[in-house]
Design a protein around this ligand. Structure first.
Ligand code: TEU
Ligand code: CA
Length: 549
């Protein structure tokens, strides 16, 4: 069925790094308002706004202290209302980031909950007695250490799958669930247009809390007991029933560990749960024995297998989200393309062509549209991300990885790669701030910045604009059936999209060598490409072409 959110392109803003309007070195909401016409020029339809709520910033806003207040560093509620109005004036919708698997430990709910066992807020969180002086289970937290923290006051442990300052909320409590539905309603009544839901498939835990398989770090893997847990669909359907069904919203659930089969249950039209989900299969290609911290090579056929499984799996039922990067992932061109001076823009256009010609709603991460790249800070004190700082501390102290090994992982996959300030111009600090930025600007801002890209008709920025226009003018891009070609080819990704008798052929060379292929198609017209074609099936390094056939 046709839906506006299937035809939309979403742009993710990580406010802390987007644009600083008052010179304190921290991006803010007025800074977003200032750039609304830039986003309108790009042509995007929706902004996914990473959390702007009051937070102590242990995890840069993913630890919420007050769901109904704006983080002081980002501005005021009046600033938020002005930004929302400016977005809507440009025909751009706002998707808030809903972080309700956990709150901050400074939230008043948690302050109450930890104060005594019979406090009315006690069961808003997950408290358990230890076992013989040990935590209730052997689970490791995603940010290192045990997933349980002992709390003296009541001689019990509380669960925190992420940092110690991010206690997990107890979704078994109906009162807590009602609190969440109320806060969602508060923002929807203010006029926001939907939610990206942070690790939403972790909210239902197996209530028997069993130990997990011990991994290299010595902690157990708890994910089988909270990924897509026993009551998850009940909770999603209740949330839809109680809140979402009353508004015209766009929703996407961030779901580490979700399968295609599970995604059909979350996004099927008649399921009344969510519009789409973010899976992690493609961004995890090349993970090593310690995940992203000791990454290995990946093959193009790995990507083809994953994308094809999701394209085919959700073709008739449900809907795909499409992304290369976000605030947790490295920069797309560095991760999947080639960020050398010679091939940065060309491979960026190739990656954009692939993603935007797939079936699903595409997401563009701030700075991706003009080709920002990874950064390689030379010292750990240049890094800011709690996940990176904890991993560096843990792996160098437990001896599982050397300084050089963990630094390679940080350079290749660390989250701060995508959190360096957006590079607006060649001015000082990339035009991001007139002050000292909270994290260093990537030194390549002099050459790689939005202003230069907007002035260059052949830039990645204008290429993204053209791809977005194509999506708006051609239903085949949104609704066409995907069919993979050359499945075993390790250099060329080729596929077709077919809709109401029209077929488009997409060819992407992921390699730095010329590739010549034979394909059983008559080329009628070249739709878009990152270079003037020589002949339809000769592809120079990182060449991308789309043909009507
Ligand atoms: O991320 C969930 C998550 O799984 C991330 O930890 C991601 O898998 C990992 O960083 C990639 O290596 C969400 C938010 O997007 C992230 O920013 C938060 O840190 C996390 O949840 C806790 O809220
Ligand atoms: Ca600021």
């Amino acid at each position: 069925m046709k839906q506006w959110w299937k035809e939309a392109v979403v742009y993710q803003i990580y406010p802390r790094s987007f644009n600083d309007s008052n010179g304190d070195g921290i991006g803010d909401i007025p800074g977003i308002t200032e750039k609304m016409s830039y986003l309108a020029e790009l042509g995007i339809d929706v902004i996914w706004l990473s959390p702007v709520y009051d937070s102590p910033n242990d995890d840069n806003g993913y630890d919420i202290r007050d769901y109904r207040a704006i983080m002081e560093e980002f501005g005021t509620m009046a600033d938020f209302d002005a930004m929302l109005e400016e977005a809507h004036r440009h025909g751009i919708k706002i998707m808030m980031d809903l972080v309700v698997n956990h709150s901050s430990d400074e939230h008043h709910w948690f302050m109450e909950s930890r104060s005594s066992k019979d406090n009315p807020y006690r069961d808003y969180y997950i408290w358990k007695k230890g076992k013989d002086g040990q935590p209730p289970t052997n689970w490791g937290a995603f940010f290192g250490g045990s997933a349980w923290k002992y709390d003296e006051a009541t001689d019990e442990y509380y669960l925190h799958l992420f940092s110690k300052k991010q206690p997990d909320l107890n979704w078994e409590s109906e009162t807590l669930r009602r609190e969440v539905y109320d806060l969602m309603t508060y923002w929807l009544d203010k006029g926001v247009d939907g939610f990206r839901m942070d690790v939403i498939n972790m909210i239902s835990k197996d209530q028997s809390y069993p130990d997990g398989e011990t991994r290299g770090t010595g902690y157990g893997d708890g994910t089988p007991f909270f990924f897509n847990g026993p009551r998850i669909h009940e909770f999603m359907q209740e949330m839809n029933q109680e809140v979402l069904s009353k508004y015209d919203t766009i929703t996407v659930g961030e779901m580490p560990g979700v399968s295609v089969e599970e995604a059909k249950l979350y996004t099927g039209e008649d399921r009344n749960e969510l519009n789409m989900v973010f899976h992690f299969e493609h961004v995890d290609v090349g993970n090593g024995s310690f995940g992203k911290w000791n990454p290995t090579d990946w093959k193009l056929t790995d990507l083809k297998t994953i994308f094809s499984r999701w394209q085919e799996g959700l073709d008739e039922e449900g809907w795909n989200s499409l992304y290369w990067s976000n605030h947790d992932q490295p920069r797309a061109i560095s991760r999947f393309g080639n960020d050398s001076a010679e091939y940065r823009v060309r491979s960026g256009k190739m990656l954009a062509t692939l993603l935007h010609m797939l079936k699903g709603t595409p997401y563009i991460y701030q700075g991706e549209e003009f080709g920002m790249t990874n950064v390689a800070f030379d010292a750990i004190d240049k890094y800011r991300d709690i996940e990176t700082l904890n991993a560096y501390r843990d792996y160098t102290s437990n001896g599982l990885l050397t300084h050089e090994e963990i630094f390679r992982g940080i350079h290749e996959r660390g989250r701060d790669n995508s959190r360096t300030p957006v590079q607006w111009s060649a001015e000082a600090q990339g035009g991001f701030t007139t002050g000292t930025p909270w994290i260093d600007v990537n030194p390549n801002y002099v050459d790689i910045n939005a202003e230069a890209a907007r002035k260059d008709p052949d830039s990645l920025f204008h290429y993204y604009r053209q791809l977005i226009q194509l999506r708006k003018q051609n239903p085949v891009v949104v609704y066409g059936k995907y069919e993979l070609l050359l499945p075993d080819d390790e250099a060329v990704y080729a596929f077709t999209r077919t809709y109401e008798g029209e077929t488009w052929l997409v060819l992407c060379n992921f390699s730095d060598e010329e590739q010549v292929r034979e394909l059983p198609f008559e080329v009628n017209e070249r739709v878009i490409g990152n270079m003037e074609p020589v002949s339809p099936f000769t592809l120079r390094p990182y060449e991308a072409q789309v043909y009507k056939v």
